[in-house]
Design a protein around this ligand. Structure first.
Ligand code: OSB
Ligand code: MG
Length: 372
């Protein structure tokens, strides 16, 4: 297989509701869509879902743009390949830059699946025909506003809710939601906002009696030992997100028992190949995983959906329906959750078509590498 052209489109879409985490807030998002074309004229799409600013990971939309243009696209275009594993091996020469890499790695998987007539999920080894979706709710101005948000999502049928927490916005909102929605699976995500100081650790310990599904990433990404020490003091499972960028990180976490659940993100791991490998390692270790999101547009969301169909993804994933974030998604058919479940498509390739006119209307920058 030979990719002859990679088109990069920087696309901005407004969010239907402002999203705030411990580190930043956003009202619209710019992601980079990648359209690959191969020598047979086949097309496949990928998405680089980096945040604009380096507050979740070190990458930004701008660094992704440069890495895509100068390294990932040229590396892919220079390669004659049969399987996504060969693409992944070629990308291994480029250090880090997982988000930028993930867009190309995923697009190569889509191309491979389409060329072999398989759905993306089947190509990856997926076994589920539908996946359980959860919603992620940002920090709200008041607990009442948060309860309103939770009520709206529970009414839509979601049975798992993740709350963003930060020092000063943790035990009280989590307890309020726990009491108002006792039948909902509840988990919290700190995005690394806590430090190993007594006030912070006390707040984390005070979450323990709330019966949460998990507490996600309380400490900074590389603080494996801090997570392991906290896990020993908690009944509630810790889940690692930002800490796990490589298979080596996952091995470290498992060896240290730094968490009992892993959030596998396609972007953070650098693509579907690495995400599937992480799933395999966790599965063999008996550690449950779920697929985290980065507010992906439909292209990245569809890749997350396919990944979530693998057998170890036993916990609800962040693949809520497109409409939670976007009034109109970039795919002709939005991703839809019904009663908190999303069907995994079985048509060849991504399973969703890109709405090219809508993409063009929202494109703020573009360039083509290779044949134009
Ligand atoms: O930690 O999961 C996270 C969004 C931006 C940065 C970090 C995170 C998130 C989310 C998004 O929670 C969840 C989703 O895409 O549905
Ligand atoms: Mg997270």
């Amino acid at each position: 297989m030979r990719v002859t052209e990679a088109r990069l489109l920087r696309v901005r879409l407004p969010l239907v509701h402002e999203f705030r985490t411990s580190s930043h807030r956003k009202g619209s998002l710019e992601h980079i869509l990648i359209r690959l074309r191969d020598a047979d004229g086949r097309e496949a799409w990928g998405e680089i879902a980096s945040a604009a600013q380096p507050y979740y990971s070190a990458e930004t939309t701008d660094t992704c743009w440069l890495m895509a243009r100068d390294y990932f696209a040229p590396t892919l275009l220079a390669l004659d390949w049969e399987t996504p594993a060969e693409v992944s091996a070629a990308f291994d020469r480029i250090r880090g830059n997982g988000f930028a890499r993930a867009g190309f790695d995923s697009a190569a998987w889509v191309l491979f699946a389409a060329a072999t007539g398989a759905s993306l999920a089947a190509a990856l080894g997926g076994t589920r025909s539908r996946v359980r979706a959860g919603v992620s709710l940002g920090i709200e101005p008041t607990i009442d506003a948060l309860l309103e948000q939770v009520a709206a999502q529970v009414e839509k049928g979601y049975s798992r809710v993740k709350l963003k927490i930060a020092p000063g916005w943790d035990v009280a909102p989590a307890r309020a939601v726990r009491e108002a929605f006792p039948g909902t699976d509840l988990q919290v995500d700190a995005n690394g906002a806590y430090r190993r100081i007594p006030e912070h650790v006390d707040s984390l310990l005070a979450l323990d009696p709330l019966g949460l599904q998990m507490i996600e990433q309380p400490f900074a990404p590389r603080e494996f030992v801090a997570h392991a020490e906290l896990q020993r003091r908690l009944q509630t499972p810790l889940c690692l997100d930002e800490s796990i960028e490589t298979i080596g990180d996952l091995e470290t976490a498992l060896r240290l028992e730094a968490g009992r659940i892993i959030n596998i993100k396609v972007s953070r791991m650098g693509g579907l190949s690495a995400a599937a490998a992480a799933h395999g390692l966790a599965f063999d270790a008996g550690v449950p995983v779920w697929c985290g999101g980065m507010h992906e547009f439909g292209v990245g969301r569809a890749a997350n959906l396919a990944l979530s169909s693998l057998p170890g993804f036993t916990l609800s994933s962040d693949v809520s329906g497109s409409e939670k974030y976007y009034a109109r998604d970039v795919t002709t058919r939005p991703i839809v959750a019904v009663d908190g479940w999303v069907d995994v498509p079985d048509d060849p390739g991504l399973g969703f078509d890109v709405d090219q006119p809508w993409v063009d209307e929202n494109t703020i920058d573009s360039l083509t590498v290779g044949q134009a």
